[in-house]
Design a protein around this ligand. Structure first.
Ligand code: NAD
Ligand code: TYD
Length: 360
């Protein structure tokens, strides 16, 4: 049994699918179940993992990682052999409008989870204790921003977070590091670049552009559109996490990325072209005509890029999707999954759009 915090979110939800598909592919006679521990904030959606909940392979506990009693109870009841910590407030723009929740969940929440895990782990028998893992899922944004000529982020790049989101993630990374160094807890940390794929909440660049385009709404590109992100298909990230869990050296961090640096404007143009092909507009115009440059994000990081050599050489992981193949799958998924999209477009999502884009 493994416990997944944030397992009803974008990457955590994809991870649950990946976990069971992977075991099925390996032909295991019995599947290792998961417990999803998720507060179900605006970003959490049990529909994402409904088939696994229905089949009884996954159990959902709706609770806050900062609620120590709830964490203690879940650990005592399910006795996981590993904790995969995805839960976080994850959107940079939201962290600019309201940093408090980011400090609360990403730092205080991670601290609470670590403290309860330390108690739980401390009471295990020696063999169990040695086999236990706490895997912390983090981001490349902790390293700050690169110029066009800087080398990509490696595991030894100094931390220089620039947004409340990345600062709170950096704080959580440091806590995880300290729990290994001080208490000997068997931790692993992954720092991954921007993910994209199915079940991505439509406040983030790629799903926002797909859904706005389909509705004929403006496609809001921040600043000059030349900021660069290193895009990784979400299932490649999930596979990296599985492999780090199996083969990673405790106390280590692993950078995960697909060597896929792309300018924002090129991402948006690619989506438009894909939609022109799959869902041409009724009036014959191109989706690109909807692109609108808007006021930049304050403190907008220019470029992120990951040097994945450590995970490639030590663990043997490599991405299986190119941006071309991954974006094709993603656009098709959004065209085919209206029911999921409808469930996430609640009142609170509409309020967010009004708040973030009104002043741009
Ligand atoms: P997400 O916002 O889609 O999902 C977060 C999940 O955590 C949601 O299900 C939410 O309900 C849950 N959650 C939030 N606060 C909680 C709390 N206090 N207690 C319990 N559950 C809570 O985020 P995501 O994009 O799936 O990211 C998952 C993790 O991966 C995060 O830690 C993020 O920092 C990291 N990460 C994300 C990316 C990316 O491109 N999305 C890249 C690298 C790393
Ligand atoms: P985002 O998906 O929010 O991820 P992150 O900020 O964590 O990298 O944004 C990706 C890039 O797209 C980032 O450079 C900001 C830009 N962006 C836009 O240009 N327009 C938008 O409406 C959004 C949400 C993002």
């Amino acid at each position: 049994m493994i416990l997944i915090t944030g397992g009803a979110g974008f990457i955590g939800g994809n991870f649950v699918h990946h976990w069971f598909e992977r075991q099925a592919k390996l032909g295991l006679s019995e599947q290792e179940p998961v417990v999803v521990f998720d507060k179900l904030t605006y970003a959490g959606n049990p529909n994402t993992i409904a088939e696994h909940l229905k089949a009884g392979r996954a159990t959902l506990i709706q609770a806050d990682i900062a609620d120590r009693d709830a964490v203690r109870q879940a650990l005592a009841q399910y006795r996981p052999r590993a904790i995969l910590h995805f839960a976080a407030e994850s959107h940079v723009d939201r962290s600019i409008h309201g940093p408090g929740e980011f400090i609360q969940t990403n730092m205080v929440g991670t601290f609470s989870l670590l403290e309860e895990t330390r108690q739980y782990w401390g009471q295990m028998a020696e063999a169990e204790k040695a086999a236990f893992r706490f895997l912390h899922v983090s981001t490349d944004e902790v390293y700050g921003s690169l110029s066009d000529t800087d080398p990509a982020f490696s595991e030894t790049t100094p931390y220089a977070p620039n947004s409340p989101y990345s600062a709170s993630k950096a704080g959580s990374d440091h806590l995880v590091r300290a729990y290994h160094h001080t208490y000997g807890m068997p931790t692993l940390t992954t720092n991954c670049s921007n993910n994209y794929g199915p079940y991505h909440f439509p406040e983030k660049l790629i799903p926002l552009m797909i859904l706005n385009a389909l509705e004929g709404k403006p496609l809001p590109v921040y600043g000059d559109g030349l900021n660069i992100r290193d895009w990784l298909y979400v299932r490649d990230h999930c596979e990296a996490i599985c492999q780090v869990l199996e083969k990673g050296r405790t106390g280590e961090t692993y950078n995960v990325g697909g060597i896929n640096e792309i300018k924002n404007i090129d991402v948006v143009t690619t989506i438009c072209q894909k939609l022109d092909e799959l869902r041409p507009r009724a009036d014959g115009s191109k989706y690109e005509s909807l692109i609108t440059y808007v006021k930049d994000r304050p403190g907008h990081d220019r470029r992120y890029a990951i040097d994945p050599r450590k995970i490639q050489s030590e663990i043997g992981w490599a991405p299986s999707e190119t941006f071309e193949s991954g974006i094709n799958k993603t656009v098709s998924w959004y065209l085919e999954n209206n029911a999921w999209i409808d469930t996430v477009r609640s009142g609170s999502y509409r309020d967010w759009l009004a708040q973030n884009y009104a002043g741009r």
